[in-house]
Design a protein. Sequence first.
Length: 233
Amino acid sequence: MNDRQNAKITMYQTLYNTILEFAPVYKKVPAFAKAVEALLIKIQQLREVEKQQLNALSKGATQAKISVEDILITSLLKLCSSLYVYAFEINNQELVAKVNVNKSQLYRMEDNTLLVKANEILAKATEAATALEEYGVDAAEIADLAKCTADYEAVIVKPRTIIGEHKLHTTNLKQMFVETDSLVFDKLDKLINLFKVSDPDFYNSYKNARNIINLSPRKKKPETEENPETKEE
């Protein structure tokens, strides 16, 4: 929620609290009372979506990613060592080049690059599973690498999901502000005129509560001849 939206929701809440002080007055007009009830529901919905938006941003899994990455790289290094010796002995230089990696190289890889490398090593290990038993790698360790690779893929995809979730809540907030603005502008602002003469205290209190205080900084317009900030007469 941005500064302008925060200012608006504060205005909605202030307006609602102010109106409640004059319950005996406004309840004489059922349409006004109905609009007040709708305003409370809108405020509650806005607060809930705001909470969901903040929760989406707090779901970052940086520590979890580090832990899963460590486990994956440990598993990769073990299999790469065995695959290297196996490839060297059968004179498969292409495989030697693919599995000739160290810890630093793996940690420096981008997320997707490491995932591609892990899947590549997994495929080679699976292909040579029988031969690798002689080099200290059994089916369980290959299965472990498969699991580590899947876990890593899940954790690097999660931030994308979080971003999508956050955008969805942001879109929902915009629509809800449009609906709440319409409720205030097209109903309450019109009906309050019924009380201008009969109850000026209520009318004036309402108008004061309608002020929106926007705390976001405004850019200062550059002084030009067409739009000077100060001009001598």
